[in-house]
Ligand binder design. Structure first.
Ligand code: PMP
Length: 302
């Protein structure tokens, strides 16, 4: 089965979904995207889309920022995503990329007087960070100060330069600071520290993307492990002295951080709290924990 896309209001083979070179968003970053995981459960022969509605709620919020009139309701977006993934018939971990964009083939920097459209496609995608314990580096590139907290394509240039700077210097991931020097997030993940029996993570007021995995981890830490998460400014030096550190993201799941700026975090091994959260999370996203099935949307009719 070829992968499929939903494009121009119909399902087409992914290879046939093409965009004209004058399409507005290609030039000015005027699009909003999402990343949704379909997690394969080999026993149940099922793919579960994790927290599907929340992803489309966030896409919707991003569209408000860019004045994109989404031609679908959140329910319709959920429904067409289930259909899209089911059509692909993958039997492995899958990633769905929805994109809402300024679709007019018309140049000029603006948000107004442009048509809007929505596309989505799915493809098989395994682990995102190619390391079970990431080595990170604080980026020399500051995180953008304006209009963050939405997955606007144009904002991701900073993340891209930060990521490549880290990789070219031998690290797995970049950690960006806010314009005033606090810890913000990875190029595609939120960041958590374990300090004195609590979790600490940068707050919404630091301008970070409010990750759905971040929210999941905060809830699981509280409800399953009795561990509180404090959302506040996090200083760079706190990274070095934390007992544990991990990154969270739809693509990266929960990735332990072994080292930051060539300083070992804890003993450099996967920390006890990180390990417990990873175990809980990996069962939940595959639909193996009945308590959290509400977060999992099955794709195949069985
Ligand atoms: N921060 C950034 C910059 C990201 O790109 C992502 C990935 N969407 C995240 C954080 C994590 O968000 P989520 O857990 O919703 O995938």
């Amino acid at each position: 089965m070829p992968p499929y896309a939903y494009f121009n209001k119909q399902f087409v083979p992914l290879a046939e979904a093409k965009i004209g070179v004058m399409t507005n968003f290609l030039h000015y970053g005027t699009a909003v995207f999402e990343g949704i995981r379909g997690n394969w459960n080999s026993q149940k022969k099922q793919i579960y889309l994790f927290r599907l509605r929340e992803h489309y709620q966030r896409l919707h919020n991003g569209c408000q920022v860019l004045n994109i009139d989404l031609p679908y309701t959140i329910d319709e977006l959920c429904q067409l995503t289930v259909e899209l993934v089911a059509k692909c018939r993958f039997e492995e971990d899958t990633y769905v990329r929805p994109l809402a964009y300024k679709s007019s083939e018309s140049l000029g920097v603006r948000l107004h007087d442009l048509d809007c459209d929505f596309l989505a496609f799915a493809f098989p995608w395994g682990p995102y960070l190619d390391a079970d314990r990431a080595r990170c580096r604080v980026s020399s590139w500051r995180f953008p100060g304006e209009v963050p907290r939405a997955k606007l394509t144009g904002l991701y240039v900073t993340n891209a330069v930060a990521k490549t700077e880290a990789v070219e210097n031998g690290f797995d991931e970049a950690i960006m600071l806010t314009p005033d020097g606090y810890v913000a997030e990875g190029s595609g993940e939120n960041i958590f520290l374990a300090v004195d029996g609590k979790l600490v993570t940068p707050a919404g007021y630091d301008g970070i993307l409010l990750g759905i995995t971040r929210d999941t981890v905060i809830k699981l830490a509280q409800d399953e492990l009795g561990i509180e998460t404090v959302e506040r400014h996090v200083g760079r030096v706190e990274l070095y002295t934390a007992e544990e550190c991990f990154l969270t993201g739809t693509a990266a799941h929960i990735t332990p951080v072994a080292e930051i700026d060539r300083r070992k975090i804890g003993d450099g091994e996967i920390g006890a709290v990180t390990k417990k959260l990873q175990k809980l999370y990996s069962e939940i996203i595959r639909g193996n924990n009945p308590k959290y099935l509400d977060w999992c949307t099955p794709v195949y009719k069985r």
